[in-house]
Structure formats: structure tokens, C-alpha cells
Design a binder for this molecule. Structure first.
Ligand SMILES: *Cc1c(COP(=O)(O)O)cnc(C)c1O
Length: 357
């Protein structure tokens, strides 16, 4: 018995349509980095064939797509670090995020077979990557003069707090972006999933949805369902043991939970070796035969223990859903003090992925 994840490609396509509905005038750069947020980059790319382009973090991910025949535009969100990567990216006709003078210098030095599409990334306040807004003019001038760069150039930035809808930094960053690009003829992009929901002014020429495509909620409050999204991954396993435990017996490593009464206790075949978060606390919900129950005690590498008092009929072999349909991944993420993004992309290779339809 081992854990499996069902990947609902219809739900993925539904969520893409949701992006179109929210931002009908914008092109969609579908973000499928980190193995499609853990869903499998190639099937995800195939199912998202109606997107206008794909975005990945690095060359390795882009090559995986090109090697399986994906010929749509692919944007490298982190750009690249050396001449070899630049040559390879050019051969594969990838598009490049330029966020540092180092990359501009590489482009100016190297001779490429064909000019490359470039997205200039401006740092408007996240202070991670990107050039400073007041150097945007100079960068644009050099990029325009560089024969290795395909014209027109595109310009992007990224919000630090788009998931905090009323955070004043959103407006500050947006205004800084607008003033940095004033007078430039370039397609613009600033909206990730959260900012797509914040409304039309942020959509600009290209939106960059990631987490919403996979049906999780980009905001800390509310539910993905209320946002019109459908969960794509349903992670499940089965019960490998059902035992009666006596009042006062302690459960699992560290003996962190003790039975308040005589009770049935289930053991399910999944643990942090599969990517189920070890930090999930006692009380984290699971579905046993479709009924809500709670995990108790520490998560081990291969097993979790489940309080079966809410599902007295449960038997060995019965299905246990960890998240997905009927149990939002966001809820589990909160119980593990993290975000859905991390849970989804940390599923390990021990979990087999099954695609429907
Ligand atoms: C990952 C990423 C996104 C997608 O963000 P979500 O919050 O998952 O929608 C968008 N833009 C950039 C630059 C990213 O790195």
C-alpha cells in the first residue's frame, strides 16, 4: 500500500478558464515551476495548452518541457548565471528574465544564433531580485541596443504582499512600477494569483497565475471554492491498521498524544517520506471513507495515526484523503504552519501521480 495523488486535469483547465474570466484582456503566463507545483510539469503543461506561455524557474525545467516536444514560449523566471546557460537557452528559444546587470553583460558579450526575448524585472519593493526602478531607463536603452535581444522588450515586477489585500505596499509597489515604465512601449506584467483577484488595474498585458491554477487559495483567509477554483491534486492512501486503544495510552514518537478514553485508532500509510508535513499538529483533518477525522500524535516517515471515533465503521484498506476534493489543502497547510504551495510541491517521488481524465 502506498500513497497516491490523483491529478484532475479538468479542474486544472477549469482554473485556467477562471483566470481568463478574471483577466479577459490579458495574456496568461502559466507558472509551472517546481514540477508544476508538484503536479507533474509535462502533463500540466499539456493540459494548460490554452495558456499563452509557460514560466519555469530554471533551465533544467525548461529543458524537460522542450525535450518532450513543448514548443510554446517558455520564460525562465530566474534568468541565468553564465554563458553556457545563455547559449543553451538561446538554442532552446527560451525567454529570459533579466534582473541583474550580470545578465545584461552576458547578453552584450555573447554571440547568439538568434536574438532572445527578454523580460526586464524591476524590483519595486520586494528586494529579492530585480533592478532598481531608477536604473530602468538605462537598462532599457542598453537592451534596445543589444543585437542579442529580441524587440520589443517586456517588463515585469512582483508583489511582496499581494495576498494581504489591504496592505499599503501593494499600491506603493504598483505606483513605483508605473512611474518606472512611464513613456516606455513595453508589455507589462505584475500580477501573480493573488493580484489577479485584486482586480483589473493589476492585470496589465500579462498575468502570471501559479497557485490558483492548482486550485488552492492564494489568500490566508477564505476558501478556494469561494474564489471559483477547483482542487487539482487529491492526495490519498489507505488504512493499514485499526486497533482499539485504552484510555491513557500514548501515541507515536515522543508520546505527544494520549487517548482520552478507550477508542479506535487507525494507522494510514503516509508520512513525511511522502511529503506529508511532519509539522501537522494533532487535530489536523483527514477524510476516512469521506468522513472527517483527525490525526493524533506525531507524523512519522511512513505512517500517521488517526482518531477514528468519528468513523467507527472504518476498516483496514479503507481510503484516507489527506487533502484535495472535500478537504482543502489550505486547511491542512494552516495546521502545519505553512502554505499550500509548500505542501503541493513537496510531494516526494514515492507518491505515484495518476491523471484524470
Ligand atoms: C512563482 C511566481 C508566480 C506565481 O505566483 P503564485 O502566487 O503561485 O500565483 C508569479 N510570478 C513570479 C515571478 C513567480 O516567481
Amino acid at each position: 500500500m502506498h500513497a497516491e495523488a490523483r491529478i484532475d486535469l479538468n479542474a486544472l483547465q477549469h482554473n485556467l478558464l477562471r483566470v481568463r474570466e478574471l483577466a479577459p484582456m490579458s495574456k496568461i503566463l502559466a507558472v509551472i515551476k517546481a514540477n508544476g507545483y508538484g503536479h507533474g510539469i509535462v502533463p500540466v503543461a499539456t493540459a494548460l495548452g490554452d495558456a499563452d506561455a509557460y514560466a519555469v524557474a530554471n533551465l533544467e525545467e525548461a529543458l524537460t518541457l522542450r525535450n518532450t516536444g513543448v514548443d510554446k514560449p517558455i520564460v525562465l523566471l530566474e534568468g541565468l548565471v553564465d554563458k553556457e546557460e545563455l547559449q543553451q537557452s538561446s538554442i532552446q528559444q527560451l525567454e529570459l528574465v533579466v534582473h541583474h546587470p550580470h545578465q545584461l553583460e552576458l547578453l552584450e558579450k555573447v554571440k547568439l544564433a538568434e536574438p532572445m526575448r527578454v523580460w526586464l524585472k524591476i524590483d519595486t519593493g520586494m528586494h529579492r531580485i530585480g533592478i532598481s526602478p531608477d536604473s530602468a531607463d538605462a537598462f532599457m536603452r542598453r537592451l534596445y541596443e543589444c543585437p542579442q535581444v529580441k524587440k520589443p522588450i517586456r517588463i515585469m515586477s512582483h508583489f511582496a504582499n499581494a495576498d494581504q489585500a489591504d496592505d499599503p505596499s501593494i499600491q506603493t509597489q504598483f505606483e513605483l512600477f508605473q512611474s518606472a515604465v512611464r513613456g516606455m512601449t513595453a508589455e507589462l506584467s505584475i500580477a501573480n494569483s493573488a493580484a489577479i483577484f485584486l482586480g483589473n488595474p493589476f492585470h496589465q498585458d500579462w498575468v502570471r497565475p501559479g497557485i490558483m491554477l492548482y486550485g488552492a487559495n492564494p489568500f490566508p483567509q477564505g476558501t478556494a471554492e469561494d474564489l471559483g477554483l477547483q482542487p487539482v491534486m487529491t492526495l490519498s492512501t489507505r488504512l493499514i491498521a485499526v486497533n482499539t486503544r485504552r484510555k491513557g495510552e500514548v501515541i507515536g514518537y515522543g508520546s505527544t498524544w494520549s487517548c482520552p478514553e478507550d477508542m479506535p485508532l487507525g494507522v494510514a500509510a503516509i508520512g513525511y517520506g511522502d511529503g506529508y508535513p511532519r509539522h501537522a499538529v494533532s487535530g489536523t483533518p483527514v477524510l476516512v471513507n469521506g468522513t472527517r477525522a483527525q490525526i493524533v500524535g506525531r507524523v512519522s516517515m511512513d505512517m500517521i495515526c488517526i482518531d477514528l471515533r468519528a468513523c467507527e465503521d472504518a476498516r483496514i484498506g479503507d481510503p484516507v484523503v489527506l487533502w484535495g476534493e472535500g478537504l482543502p489543502v489550505d486547511e491542512v497547510a494552516q495546521c502545519a504552519n505553512t502554505i499550500s504551495y509548500e505542501l503541493l510541491c513537496k510531494i516526494t517521488s514515492r507518491v505515484s501521480l495518476h491523471y484524470t481524465p
